[in-house]
Design a protein around this ligand. Structure first.
Ligand SMILES: NC(=O)c1ccc[n+]([C@@H]2O[C@H](COP(=O)([O-])OP(=O)(O)OC[C@H]3O[C@@H](n4cnc5c(N)ncnc54)[C@H](O)[C@@H]3O)[C@@H](O)[C@H]2O)c1
Length: 369
């Protein structure tokens, strides 16, 4: 199959759909890979790194789309990319269509087979192509939280782990899923005083087994959260209710009880945020203050560590890219129901029920025959 990798054109997006190592795997399997010039230069993958493993460099996105059967990207296609999509193409990338009707209508018009990373599933019912980005965001949340606790950044002037003779900061992590456990690992590594709050008792038991005495766990009742917020220097929001907006666990009133210069990191901001006072920010201007509490609410945290994120994403996507390339999209989806769950749009129809319902568009199931 001919596989195309355009340069990402969204503002501040430096990740790339395929790393040179992934290209090498595809070439070894007998496929042709066409990479747009400078697609990876932002994260130090020069064009030569791609040609060395057998890719061909294309001068622009139009040449990539014209010369490829499958397009592998990171972010949802922008209007000028949708204009290049044809019915013969398979598009494999993050789409997040449920909140984006213009994009969905563009993909419908293109006739292309559009498979979204975020709806591909696994045997355990998890979303394996979202997981790496939650891992990155979870780990980053402690790093940014520690940074903004510094005095010069407007914070309390406290070191997360304290020093001998000075107590460490209290870190409250709301939600003990993928992002939450990764945040906890980093916070424990920095010797902070960590408590994870969740409403899933089985999950709390797993976390208790995993961390032993290194952390505390607590059921996320309103009272427990109110107390946590009033005592913690750093609060991480990492909850997820699949398919729904994040619950507002920390209210404006609770904020007033927080210590001056403490920090909230709302990882769940991409689902609306779990603090009442959260609004989405960008890497250009990541924080703001409400009631002397610093809020960090960047909706695409992994973009800040684009090189790590590109490797992590490729680790998860490559097996599926190979399957599609080896079998073709139709046969690959017939062979793998989890990949088929990634199908959002094909042949001008919306194939994902939740997307169709969210956008009030007709749904027509893809027939795996
Ligand atoms: N900002 C970013 O850049 C970025 C990047 C990646 C992921 N995310 C977001 O991070 C969030 C967490 O993702 P994840 O992969 O860790 O999800 P996950 O499903 O692995 O974990 C979510 C956890 O939240 C818990 N939870 C649900 N409701 C709760 C409540 N009321 N109180 C306490 N806990 C509750 C669940 O039981 C679960 O353990 C999601 O909103 C995801 O979209 C953001």
């Amino acid at each position: 199959m001919r596989i195309g990798v355009p340069k990402e054109i969204k503002n501040h997006e430096y990740r790339v759909g395929l790393t040179p190592a992934s290209v090498a795997e595809l070439v070894a399997a007998g496929h042709e890979v066409l990479v747009e010039t400078k697609a990876g230069t932002g994260i130090d993958f020069a064009d030569e790194a791609y040609t060395r493993v057998g890719a061909t460099i294309a001068p622009d996105a139009a040449a990539v789309f014209a010369g490829s059967d499958m397009i592998v990207k990171v972010k949802e296609p922008q209007a000028q990319e949708i204009a290049l999509l044809e019915s013969r193409h398979t598009l494999f990338t993050y789409l997040h269509l449920a909140a984006d009707k213009p994009q969905t209508e563009g993909l419908i018009r293109s006739g292309a087979t559009c498979i979204a990373y975020e709806t591909v599933t696994s045997n355990s019912g998890a979303l394996p192509l979202l997981k790496p980005m939650s891992e990155v965001a979870g780990r980053m949340s402690i790093q940014v939280g520690a940074h903004y606790l510094e005095k010069e950044q407007g914070g309390r002037g406290e070191l997360l782990g304290g020093v001998p003779g000075v107590a460490p900061c209290k870190v409250a992590i709301l939600g003990g899923g993928v992002a939450g456990i990764n945040a906890a690992q980093m916070a424990v590594g920095q010797r902070a005083d960590v408590t994870i709050y969740d409403i899933n008792n089985e999950r709390l038991a797993e976390l208790d087994m995993h961390f032993g005495s290194q952390i505390k766990t607590a059921y996320a009742s309103k009272a427990a959260i109110a107390e946590a917020v009033s005592r913690s220097q750093l609060v991480i929001g990492a909850v997820l209710v699949p398919g729904a907006a994040a619950p507002k666990l920390v209210t404006r009133d609770m904020l007033k009880t927080m210590m001056r210069g403490s920090v909230l990191v709302d990882i769940a901001i991409d689902q609306g945020g779990c603090f009442e006072t959260s609004h989405a920010t960008t890497h250009d201007d990541p924080v703001y203050e409400v009631d002397n509490v610093i809020h960090y609410c960047v909706a695409n945290m992994p973009g800040a560590v684009a090189r790590t994120s590109a490797f992590a994403l490729n680790n998860a996507t490559l097996p599926f890219v190979l399957k599609i390339a080896n079998l073709g999209a139709g046969a690959a989806m017939r062979a793998d129901k989890h990949l088929a769950n990634g199908l959002n749009v094909s042949a001008g129809k919306v194939r994902h029920q939740a997307v169709a319902e969210a956008l009030d568009l007709p749904f027509e199931a893809w027939a795996a025959v």
